[in-house]
Design a protein around this ligand. Sequence first.
Ligand SMILES: *Cc1c(COP(=O)(O)O)cnc(C)c1O
Length: 483
Amino acid sequence: MADLEQQPTPGPLDADGFRRAGHALVDWIADYRATIAARPVAQLPEPGAVRAMLPPRAPERGEPIDAILADLDRVVMPGIVHWQHPGWFAYFPANSSFESILGELASAGLGVQGMLWSTSPACTEVETHVLDWLVHALGLPERFLSTSAGGGVLQDTASSAALVALVAARERATGFASDARGLAAAGAPLVAYTSDQAHSSIEKAVRLAGLGKEHLRLVEVDATGALRADALRAAVERDLAAGLRPAFVSATIGTTGVNAIDPVDEIAAICREFGLWLHVDAAMSGTAALCEELRFVNAGAEHADSWCFNPHKWMPVNFDCDVLWVADRAALVRALSVLPEYLRNAATESGRVIDYRDWQVPLGRRFRALKLWFTLRSFGLEGLRALVRSHVAMAHGLAERVRACPRLSLVVEPRLNLVALAHVDGDEATQRLIDAVNADGRFFVSHCRFHGRLVLRVSVGALATRDADVRAVGDAIVAEAMR
Ligand SMILES: *Cc1c(COP(=O)(O)O)cnc(C)c1O
């Protein structure tokens, strides 16, 4: 681009100023990451302490960018929880690799909107293509490929994916009526099903899609936390007998609490029998399917109407990045398409292009596929598989130590990268364990409740986590338990 004529930029930074500040910011990020292990993982300031450092009104006069950059250290850092820390074992990994950051920066730099193919063809085509790559990379069914009747789309989050899947399911179940008269003619209220371990986003989707919270069934789970297919069948039959219309099931691969895996095959059989839409929420654990030996997470995927996972969790693509695949894109597009005059264009009319605005709630969309493309290419599938395998091996190593400790018990057998454990003396002892492990700032673990019992969760999956970090958190857990 150097031989093109240089244009002055209206704004405080000209191109050279941006170059200089950009380099400084990249240096700052690189330094932060290089020294992150020395910081306490999660040390919270007093509520209001961050705001107290900010002036009450926005500045009238523009400030130098250097002053703003300096305030990253002064104002922002004291209120940062270090999700990229090697001792990050809480909630779920939210990996933000350098490679994905570069893709994010390129996306912001281009600043394009990709709501239509014609508003930036590369934005659509790179996305479609990379999501086809991922179907192959994860060993998912061919019906999710863009070359079949289905296809993939990037959403911001698994919550949005569940919402659009449910709206498509609702429209399919009501003959794509889309108006109050149509919905009324469709008759009985629709009912959605998921397990009592499912993510809260499913309930939110049910409320947003207008089914009504009273038409969500939280089906009971077995000892491992997996949805009981017999209980699902009983619930569906009960609702049918009561004159309601079962319409949607969300199965979870890797529940938020203890990483349970629902029996998608058995659930799919029920969905087929009763004509229900099957959505699979594999937000964190879908990434495991990169590895052939972990493809049990894909069991039943060939029967799913929609399937989603978050590269922004275990796969090192920075937030936000959720992939939603559907088996029948026509259902999704019919449910969500609204075409105002100002968006009419020849490419759309030709039917030869994808317009992703019809696959999501917002109209506008950024070039989110770039960070996925950067990450997939720079790690390579081999590199990503090695990462997943290392995390699973580290988690299993930790589980071995828990098994060997007489004061600890595994709440469920870990299958992937999450170790769920408890103190044998009960909840108070488990709480003391959690507090002690988190006390010195080297690690951060979180908790959940499972079948009434308090659980200490060690979620292994941060990009920076090494074997020594997992051994160290294991030392801390065992030492405290034996005290
Ligand atoms: C994290 C998670 C979600 C929510 O993800 P968002 O992308 O933040 O909406 C949903 N389901 C499961 C199983 C999760 O682990």
